[in-house]
Design a protein around this ligand. Structure first.
Ligand code: RP5
Ligand code: MG
Ligand code: MG
Length: 279
């Protein structure tokens, strides 16, 4: 259930008019036969230029799917994924998306990201049983949606390093001032999610996966003097109270829910369906 909601949207991410082949809910799983399925083939010109973060255009050049391939981790949190015998292209473990190729993603198969969930208790609490959490969210430049300040894990980088680096880049504009506070805060890091992400860039052959870690400032002391400033692919950054509705990029609502549950925080932040705008 709820698979490929964002990953079946058209037009495709960076394009004006690349339409995904329409995939009805019941045809998402690969094990449902569908001989008329003709996904739109698309790989972004950015990826085709072969930047260092991207694989070779020919999937046949990749010999180590489902393994750590030198500096590149090609294993999936979802388990072992299938690779098409003819094309040597990995098959999205969550099924059809209506688009083949890599779209905007660099890697064939899993593309690993890390997401920071930086939280503290809101100052004015109106509910004494379950306290309201605040979380650091950005506004993404690409889609304009609210999102966690996460990013891709670089080749050879540990995911926890990527999470901290991305937080500093996107939520602190690489400001070194708060370095000590950040070090303290990141000592509280606990993993709350590891898995598939329903990212709008996903394709039949390339998809996002992420590990999300919670850094929780229980007393509020560590983040009191933390200066938030948007940087890199973030247009805005803010502390957001989790006591009203928030619709977020990709599967980020699910990641936040994991923290809300873990900390026993106020649950009813996901309500009326209106979109969150960071102004
Ligand atoms: C999402 O895309 C991940 O959860 C992470 O937040 C993000 C990584 O991509 P970029 O922010 O680098 O575009 O799927
Ligand atoms: Mg980034
Ligand atoms: Mg990012």
């Amino acid at each position: 259930a709820n698979i490929h909601i964002k990953a079946r949207k058209s037009p495709y991410s960076d394009t004006q008019n690349t339409q995904r082949f329409p995939v009805p809910d019941e045809k998402v799983p690969w094990n449902v036969d569908w001989s008329d399925y003709k996904p739109t083939e698309y790989t972004s010109p950015i990826v085709l230029k072969n930047p260092p973060w991207a694989d070779d255009c020919d999937a046949k050049k990749i010999k180590k799917f489902n393994q750590v391939d030198g500096q590149v981790d090609r294993t999936s949190y979802t388990g072992s994924y299938e690779v098409d015998g003819e094309t040597n292209r990995p098959k999205n473990p969550q099924g059809r998306t209506g688009l083949s190729g890599r779209g905007l993603l660099g890697r064939w198969g899993p593309n690993h990201a890390g997401d920071p969930l930086v939280t503290r208790w809101a100052k004015d609490q109106h509910n004494d049983k379950q306290k309201v959490l605040e979380i650091v969210l950005i506004r993404r430049k690409d889609t304009g949606e609210s999102a966690l300040p996460g990013g891709m894990v670089d080749a050879g980088e540990h995911v926890s390093v990527a999470i901290k680096r991305e937080f500093i880049e996107e939520a602190m504009n690489s400001n070194a001032d708060g370095a000590q506070l950040i070090d303290e805060l990141f000592k509280t890091a606990t993993s709350v999610y590891k898995g598939y992400i329903d990212d709008p860039r996903n394709t039949d052959n390339a998809w996002m996966e992420s590990e999300a870690m919670n850094m929780h400032d229980e007393t509020g002391e560590l983040t009191k003097y933390l200066k938030l400033e948007a940087g890199d692919d973030a247009a805005k950054v803010k502390w957001v109270r989790l006591d009203c509705d928030h619709r977020l990029y990709a599967s980020h609502e699910k990641l936040i829910q994991a923290v809300v549950t873990k900390l026993g925080a106020y649950e009813y932040w996901h309500g009326d369906g209106s979109a969150t705008k960071l102004n």
